[in-house]
Design a binder for this molecule. Structure first.
Ligand code: PXG
Length: 445
């Protein structure tokens, strides 16, 4: 099917939109505009078909144009476009919370709704701090993140995050009392590992060092992505996450998993917590929750945390936090329909079946020029390229553009190319993605 070609805007018509995380001038000189999507594909403004190897931006897990989802959103919009959830409610927010609780790791059955991953992260950090106070441990105010972590762009998220470019402009305005664990990428020890790298579980022990430095009585929570996506697909070494959990338990510190990327089936179970058999105290999600159709995030909290707030007089608000659009009816409708699609098509576990296909497709790139590492887990893949001298990111960008010109959308982070296709992907799609990416790498000096 071809998209109806729509007139490509003139450069002067592209100036007002200040684009996020984009080289605005470079983009506006050579725009890449998408105008339609269905299944595994986008179509560009000039009618070219693009195979989507990144599920939009890691969010369209059930593939594009799912009629069940758009019809549910349209029906909800026609019935009641908005209802408040402050001291009021509407049934689908409660239904969605129950449905999410049913697929959550054990005990994480209390849901706080947000509108994005960034809001989920800031919400989880605030819940962690307020929880410590509610249970009489108000001295536990420190937060621990990780180098190269990405937790969105709120002030909380960039403070616990570990990406220098996201932090340096705001350095003076970071949350106080934040430390960072070392990241877990070691090309030296683990290059071209298939699945989880064997070396590096001991990196979790750095948490003991921070605890010895500050004392456990000052630390509220540790936040990590079980698998970090944005910084270029950094995998946890075998045993690493279990070790983090043990140390947190030993010192009564909360563990938060940021599953904005790993949630909703990306690595073969509904949540990475289940795939790794490590249960955190809070999980942050967004993206795949609504298949990207309507912005929404959700924080999963343990019963223990929720119950700690449910104290005191019943007419008091227990948590002074929330968004006008927490549990927005259109988002709830999208999420409920998305969960139906996931269940009907077995998508929350499909990545486990396809992981070996993606693994051999991406590892086929070992040996291509400038490829210094290949990483994979579930339906996540990454190819790391050697940076050009003094021009970090240039080679990665060139590969990204070449892939797009040849009809495959990949995601570039510096000199790392990341793949995270919709969970409906077929082996033939993975072969095509590998063929185009491999060709682009081969032809990029
Ligand atoms: N946490 C994690 C782990 C994320 O990956 C966020 C929080 C923030 O979500 P929002 O909805 O506020 O953007 C994210 C977002 C990429 C890429 O290319 C990744 C994200 C966003 C945009 C691009 O890797 N992740």
């Amino acid at each position: 099917m071809n998209a109806k070609p729509s007139a490509t805007p003139a450069p002067s018509e592209l100036q007002s939109f200040w684009m996020p995380f984009t080289a605005n001038r470079q983009f506006k000189a050579n725009p890449r505009l998408l105008t339609r999507a269905q299944g595994m594909h986008y179509w560009t403004a000039d009618g070219r078909e693009i195979l989507d190897a990144v599920a939009g931006l890691w969010c369209v897990n059930a593939g594009h144009g799912r009629r069940e989802i758009t019809e549910a959103v349209a029906a909800q919009a026609a019935t009641m476009e908005f209802a408040p959830t402050f001291q009021m409610g509407h049934p689908s927010a409660f239904e969605l919370a129950n449905r999410l609780a049913a697929i959550a790791p054990p005990g994480l059955d209390r849901l706080f709704f947000t509108n994005s991953g960034s809001e989920s992260v800031d919400t989880a950090l605030k819940i962690a701090l307020a929880y410590q106070r509610a249970r009489g441990q108000a001295s536990r105010t420190r937060l621990i993140g990780r180098e190269r972590g990405y937790h969105g762009v709120g002030f909380g998220g960039i403070s616990v995050g570990g990406i220098a470019n996201n932090r340096k402009f705001f350095a003076a305005s970071m949350l106080p009392g934040v430390d960072h664990l070392p990241h877990t990428l070691s090309i030296e020890h683990n290059a071209f590992s298939r699945g989880l790298p064997a070396w590096g579980a001991h990196l979790a022990n750095d948490l003991e060092r921070l605890i010895a430095l500050h004392d456990a009585s000052t630390i509220a929570a540790v936040i990590v992505e079980p698998v970090s996506g944005s910084a270029g697909v950094l995998l946890p070494p075998v045993g690493y996450l279990k070790r983090l959990r043990e140390i947190c338990d030993k010192h009564d510190i909360l563990l938060i998993f940021d599953e904005v990327i790993t949630g909703f089936g990306r690595i073969g179970r509904p949540f990475a917590a289940q795939a790794f058999e490590v249960t955190p105290d809070l999980i942050t999600t967004a993206k795949g929750l609504t298949n990207g159709a309507v912005p929404m995030g959700a924080v999963f909290a343990s019963r223990k945390i929720y119950d700690a707030f449910m104290q005191g007089p019943e007419n008091t608000i227990e948590l002074f936090h929330g968004y006008t659009y927490s549990g927005h009816p259109l988002a709830c409708a999208a999420a409920l329909a998305t969960l139906d699609v996931y269940a009907r098509e077995g998508l929350l576990t499909r990545a486990a079946d396809l992981a070996p296909v993606l693994e051999s497709a991406v590892h086929g790139m070992k040996g291509l020029p400038h490829v210094i590492d290949v990483r994979n887990l579930g339906l996540i893949g990454a190819v790391e390229l050697e940076p050009r001298p003094n021009r970090p990111g240039a080679r990665g960008y060139e590969v990204f553009v070449k892939c797009f010109e040849r009809g495959v959308l990949v995601r570039q982070t510096g000199d790392i190319i990341a793949l995270s296709p919709p969970l409906i992907v077929q082996p033939a799609d993975l072969a095509r993605i590998a063929e185009v990416l491999g060709g682009a790498i081969r032809e990029t000096a």
